[in-house]
Design a protein around this ligand. Structure first.
Ligand code: ADP
Length: 447
């Protein structure tokens, strides 16, 4: 096992990783920008290093500073968390060249999955069901029209290097193709420096269902079931749950098995998530994230497996602590992402937390880096914490969630807590009857 791990991240996930390290007796190094010197993960780490000014590109994305921090502290590995450098193949290569372990998959696997066209091709070869569409990049309007006619309208034009839902355009009919291709391409070029686009069948009312996987890098691989992340605003997940209200055990085993075999086939190392759209009983691969996800706790709650502990074990060469047969799914878990945002306008709301009282009790978990008196800096994303609740079944989980949300007090800033208090009593949410567009419609009707 490692002696000392540097955590190249901030906020709740830095704290989450720190906790797993402490339980394994690993020393921790926190890094922080000048805006984060009062952050909880900095206070709780064994050592901390300031790596630069507030903008992420000068601090949390600054590879030179991170390498220097490893050098100064003698850290033997880096956990990148999510976001920032977590899916940066060059960073994995650079660490490798310096003899520092990147806690994540190989640079090669990050690279493959980071290119959506390549990822889709690889997924297909591994036996994963994909969305019908073009084999590779589409260059001309004539080609686009031909492919679209083959797969049937509506179609979606997507950026090969896409992320965060940008560079995506729907074409309802052949008449829309020219403009959709043009716009998607220019948006992709501006946002990602790569204007390659491809075409997929547009699914009208899918759910977003993703499978958590772990690979040992030596051909061993397992799945830990699914998460349903259909509740989204602007392609950002808001509420996640496991198991999915839409799947039965047979479907879970089938798609989980396919993903586990894919991980084995790839020789994948570490934690990953295979994301699907799910419609009319069919799964369609959209991407694979080669890192820990924000919503990983719902999987932890129903499997009782500590995913960060597994990442540390795998990266250090100790292998996974569990086999597929040992994974059992118990009860139901829901996660609410609490953002420092206005609950109606979603305007960011940085500032000082005047009063803070998190909920507790059986089955309630709060992953957060904030505390009373802490000032949320304006420079980073607005996630301030996650409320995760577990119950023996979905009904108990919802009752507990309602109770926990009532208990949760964050004063001094706006948060999205009031939105969740509405959602937890909504009939569609109670029935688990929602697709990826449900929340947008709900919010539009509300205003
Ligand atoms: P990104 O990397 O930009 O997040 P994804 O491929 O993961 O892109 O897609 C993001 C979201 O866009 C999905 O969660 C879904 O809401 C929507 N989406 C993507 N592909 C399709 C499709 N073929 N049909 C309908 N919606 C889609």
């Amino acid at each position: 096992m490692f002696n000392k791990v540097l955590i190249a991240n901030r906020g709740e996930i830095a704290l989450r990783i720190l906790r797993a390290c402490k339980e394994l007796g690993i020393s921790t190094v926190a890094v922080h920008s000048t805006a984060d010197s009062e952050a909880m993960h900095v206070r709780l780490a064994d050592e901390s290093v300031c790596i630069g000014p507030p903008p992420s590109r000068d601090s949390y994305l600054n590879m030179h500073e991170l390498l220097a921090a490893c050098e100064i502290t003698g850290a033997d590995a880096i956990h990148p968390g999510y976001g920032f450098l977590s899916e940066n193949a060059k960073f994995a290569d650079v660490l490798d060249a310096h003899g520092i372990t990147f806690i994540g998959p190989s640079a090669e696997h990050i690279r493959i999955m980071g290119d959506k066209i390549e990822a889709k091709k690889t997924a297909k070869e591994l036996g994963i069901p994909v969305v019908p569409g073009s084999e590779g990049a589409v260059n001309t309007i004539a080609d686009a029209k031909k492919i679209a006619a083959d797969i049937g309208y509506p179609v979606l034009i997507k950026a090969a290097s896409g992320g965060g839902g940008r560079g995506m355009k729907v074409a309802q009919t052949e008449n829309d193709i020219g403009e959709a291709l043009q716009t998607a391409r220019s948006e992709a070029g501006a946002a990602f420096g790569d204007d390659a686009v491809y075409i997929e069948k547009y699914l009208a009312k899918p759910r977003h269902i993703e499978i958590q996987v772990l690979g040992d890098g030596k051909g061993g691989g397992i799945h830990l079931g699914e998460r349903d992340c259909s509740l989204q605003r602007r392609h950002q997940k808001v509420w996640e749950e496991a198991n999915s209200p839409a799947l039965n055990e047979e479907q879970r085993e089938k798609i989980g098995g396919i993903c586990a075999r894919a991980v084995q086939g790839l020789g994948y190392s570490g934690a990953g998530t295979v994301e699907f759209l799910y419609e009319n009983g069919e799964f369609y691969f959209i991407e694979m994230n080669t890192r820990l996800q924000v919503e990983h706790p719902v999987t932890e709650m129903i499997t009782r497996i500590d995913l960060v502990n597994e990442q540390l074990r795998i990266a250090s060469g100790s292998g996974m602590s569990v086999t597929q047969e040992e994974i059992a799914f118990t009860g139901h878990a829901i996660e609410c992402r609490i953002n420092a945002e206005h609950p109606v306008t979603f305007a960011p709301s940085p500032g000082k937390i005047a009063y803070y009282h998190p909920p507790g009790g059986l089955g309630v978990r709060v992953d957060s880096g904030v505390y009373q008196g802490y000032s949320i800096p304006p420079y980073y994303d607005s996630l301030i914490g996650k409320l995760i609740v577990h119950g023996r079944n979905r009904v108990e989980c919802l009752m507990r969630l309602r109770r926990a949300l009532d208990e949760f007090v964050v004063d001094g800033i706006n948060t999205t807590l009031p939105l969740f208090r509405e959602l937890v009593s909504n009939p569609d949410m109670l029935d688990g009857n929602y697709d990826i567009h449900w929340l947008e419609h709900y919010l539009a009707d509300r205003s």
